[in-house]
Design a binder for this molecule. Structure first.
Ligand SMILES: [Zn+2]
Length: 62
């Protein structure tokens, strides 16, 4: 488990990074990018809102 600060480049190691409270840089306080088994763990982001209003073509009544 690794954590990298994208802001200042600090590098952290340890399973404590599993704790969301530890996933921030001790130097600059920025959020860490978490890497587990060489894979960047995506941050939990709200799902993309895919409920944009659908535009229907208005067909004039024949
Ligand atoms: Zn930092």
């Amino acid at each position: 488990m690794e954590g990298i600060c994208p802001q200042c480049g600090s590098h952290y190691f340890g399973w404590s990074l599993d704790n969301p409270e530890k996933q921030k840089c001790e130097k600059c306080g920025g959020p860490l990018t978490i890497i587990r088994d060489g894979v960047i763990i995506p941050k939990e982001t709200p799902p993309l809102q895919d409920n944009a209003p659908v535009k229907f073509l208005k067909v004039p009544p024949i």
